[in-house]
Write a protein that binds this ligand. Structure first.
Ligand SMILES: Cc1cc2nc3c(=O)[nH]c(=O)nc-3n(C[C@H](O)[C@H](O)[C@H](O)COP(=O)(O)OP(=O)(O)OC[C@H]3O[C@@H](n4cnc5c(N)ncnc54)[C@H](O)[C@@H]3O)c2cc1C
Length: 417
């Protein structure tokens, strides 16, 4: 947090941030080439205008996480917490904690909670792939000793990009070998035995869902230390003192953390309108992974899901700058990605098989069959397309004087079976 605050302060970014503004609506007028953005601020509405709207609103709802209905939950007399509404004063010292989850949140929470809780049990319905990585990059440490900071940074960054790409490609090409390698790395963590079956045998192939990283294997260390354990089971019902499982056993709990996933949403749940026509983001095609078909001068920053999110966020921001420069250089006011009516949607913008993604397919923009309507998960291809590629492919441009873009709003795409 200090780093973020210091950087924002040093660059003067903090002067341009309006905190506690919830954007609820944005309407585009082609006559003015302007977005009118309505925000809710402490119970009242405030309106701003801009010529380009860049949404860095993330990919999940900030109103709340996904909360499945658990039978008997109302009987449970102790504390239930969802990670998205984490009470600042939650004290779990010497308490028995059950974390319902198996994904990134659980892998992050368990080592931290196990340090002071009496015991933490991870209750998972199905296991995930979890991989340990060193929290300190030894190559980076050595290079910084002998090279100037900038050169060392560049080398380490490209090394990490290449190794992430190679590992992703290997998992996709040889899923069984990759799965075996990941499982055997878990089994021999720290020279101590971690029970593989059933807790670390996922039902899917590597990268069908995201792979969780645990720094220095701290998740596995929490297990082997005895401060945490895993139950791979199904919830039968909540009781007054804990959770009854389908296997017949019972987990006693003082605190239950329901890390049961996010609600994915598009464009920050903002109601969009273009020239009086309501835009449903789910009916749009994603253009170059950031703009929406038929929506002028709007981009939605969407990162990678198979490597660091920020690498793609970086490219998106560069592309927005490039597009703005293009508009200036050609004396035009707006750019609208324009899709052919005949284009058929191939898949959702996030092509993962995880439950939280599949639940949201009807809320997210679609991908077309090929560039610029398909979204790469490949940094090398994206660098080429976003930094050095053209900005006018499948793009219509307009000025305030010649305003008429509503005809380019696409028809409802249908997903291929
Ligand atoms: C448990 C978990 C683990 C993850 N682990 C990793 C990881 O290891 N590596 C990785 O790369 N990524 C990871 N991610 C993905 C992570 O979400 C992204 O990397 C990153 O946070 C996205 O940054 P962002 O700024 O684009 O969006 P966010 O961090 O989601 O920020 C969006 C901001 O926009 C604001 N906002 C949203 N809608 C509106 C609105 N209508 N009006 C006003 N403000 C709005 C929100 O309040 C928020 O401040 C993880 C995500 C989760 C949930």
């Amino acid at each position: 947090m200090n780093y973020i605050k210091e950087t924002a302060d040093a660059r003067g970014v903090d002067q341009h941030i309006r905190l506690d503004h919830m954007v609820t609506r944005a309407t585009w007028s082609s006559i003015d080439a302007t977005w009118t953005v309505t925000c809710r601020v402490a119970g009242s509405l405030r309106v701003y205008t801009c010529s380009f709207l860049y949404l860095c609103s993330g990919y999940y709802s900030y109103k709340g996480g996904f909360a499945p209905e658990f039978p008997g939950l109302e009987q449970f007399s102790r504390m239930v917490v969802h990670p998205q509404q984490w009470p600042k004063d939650l004290d779990y010292t010497d308490k028995r904690v059950v974390v319902i989850a198996s994904g990134a949140t659980a892998v992050t929470l368990i080592p931290a909670m196990a340090a002071t809780a009496k015991h933490v049990t991870i209750l998972q319905r199905s296991p995930s792939f979890i991989v340990s990585r060193p929290s300190h990059d030894q190559m980076a440490i050595r290079l910084r000793r002998v090279l100037p900071e900038r050169s060392a940074y560049a080398m380490v960054r490209w090394k990490n990009i290449a190794s992430a790409r190679l590992s992703f490609a290997f998992c996709k090409q040889f899923p069984n070998t990759a799965a075996r390698a990941m499982k055997s790395a878990v089994a021999r963590h720290d020279g101590r035995k971690v029970n593989l079956d059933p807790h670390f045998i996922p039902r899917y192939e590597p990268w069908d869902q995201r792979i969780c990283l645990t720094p220095d294997g701290d998740f596995f260390s929490a297990l082997t230390s005895g401060r945490a354990s895993i139950a791979t089971d199904e919830i039968s019902r909540f009781t007054r003192t804990g959770i009854s499982l389908a296997s017949g056993s019972h987990l006693d709990a003082d605190v239950v953390v329901t890390a049961t996933a996010l609600n994915l949403v598009a464009v920050g749940e903002i109601e969009l309108e273009v020239d009086g026509v309501r835009i449903d983001a789910a009916q749009s095609f994603i253009y170059k992974g950031l703009m929406l078909s038929g929506v002028p001068n709007l981009a939605w920053c969407l990162g990678y899901t198979n490597v660091s999110w920020t690498m793609r966020a970086d490219l998106s921001s560069r592309y927005v700058c490039k597009l703005l420069n293009h508009l200036d250089a050609h004396d035009v006011d707006y750019a609208v990605p324009t899709v052919e009516d005949s284009m058929v949607a191939e898949q959702s913008v996030l092509a993962l098989q995880a439950g939280y993604v599949l639940r949201a397919v009807d809320r997210l923009p679609k991908q077309g069959p090929e560039a610029p309507w398909s979204r790469h998960q490949n940094y090398f291809a994206d660098v080429h397309a976003m930094r050095f590629g053209s900005v006018d492919d499948s793009m219509a441009f307009g000025t305030r004087d010649r305003a008429s873009v509503s005809s380019s709003i696409p028809q409802k795409p249908s997903l291929n079976a």
